[in-house]
Design a protein around this ligand. Sequence first.
Ligand SMILES: C[S@@+](CC[C@H](N)C(=O)[O-])C[C@H]1O[C@@H](n2cnc3c(N)ncnc32)[C@H](O)[C@@H]1O
Length: 326
Amino acid sequence: MKNTPYRCPVCKSELAIEPGAGLKCSNAHLFKYADGTSVPVFASESNDVNEYTISNAAEIHDNALRWVFKTFSTSEEELRENLLSRLQLKEGQKVLITGAGAGNDLPYLAKKVGKSGTIFAQDYAGEMLLSAVKRSKELYGLSDYDIEFSISDATNLPFDEDLFDAVFHFGGLNLFSDIAAGISEMNRVVKDGGRVVFGDEGLAPWLKDTDYGRMIVNNNPLLNFSAPLEHIPTTARNLNLSWDPSYCFYIIDYTAVKNPLPLDIDVPHVGMRGGSIRTRYFGQLEGVDPDLKEALYTAAKRKGIDRVSFLEELLRSGLENNKNDN
Ligand SMILES: C[S@@+](CC[C@H](N)C(=O)[O-])C[C@H]1O[C@@H](n2cnc3c(N)ncnc32)[C@H](O)[C@@H]1O
């Protein structure tokens, strides 16, 4: 059985090709191909039907995009080139696009990673994803490029950790069943030092209470979303938040560094209070008589040492005496 780049979204074990059937893991979870294709179906649309599951979804989406570009006086090429350049892709690299829709980003990504690179494109809606498969060949002429399509859930991706040089998403995150999971999954599958770029509707906050803002939010309430900064992984570095086009879609880009932010919690503070991040956070004592506290501060000042050192000295000698008494 030939191994595949996919992992079972149920038990996370490897998936191998089961001839004539689909992809199967060692725990017998089987994922069939979409009819007449070799596109694995990892998540069934019927579990969570969205507006992109209807039969002419790709055409409806095309119309919506045309409206956006005309209304906000920008071109699709300009916008996608701007967003995708933030992935900092190089020839031969591996990139994932989640919620790829009808595949509008594919020609731009193909140009960046070339024929030696690999593009993984996934979407929950089979209708959209299968349009992307068709368009990649018939409209964009990308038959010679390595593009791996899957119908899967961006909040539970069928991939191992640290697989991609970059991950991209545009336009669907606000309506994901779990926005936090959509972001943490992108972060999980990108390599240490890889790039993550995503964006969706979300008017810049300073425009919300203006005629401009009220008109466009009235027209499309999704514009009322805000950049989901609260869900950014704690290890994100060099993060940029911007808006494009016309301050109507938030765009977040960052470098995914997998080790935590550097923090030495034992650097002593010089000054009246003394202590360190560790002692101040982990060493807090119960409340004491406020007059006693003031007396302690005054005594520490008189002695010319910081409060934490003075208090620790008193506590140590008190404990020592207490030990001797017992
Ligand atoms: C507005 S379209 C954007 C398509 C494409 N990214 C673009 O820029 O043209 C949003 C897409 O997100 C997909 N989507 C929504 N929830 C998803 C999920 N949980 N996993 C994967 N795709 C999802 C929808 O099916 C739809 O194709």
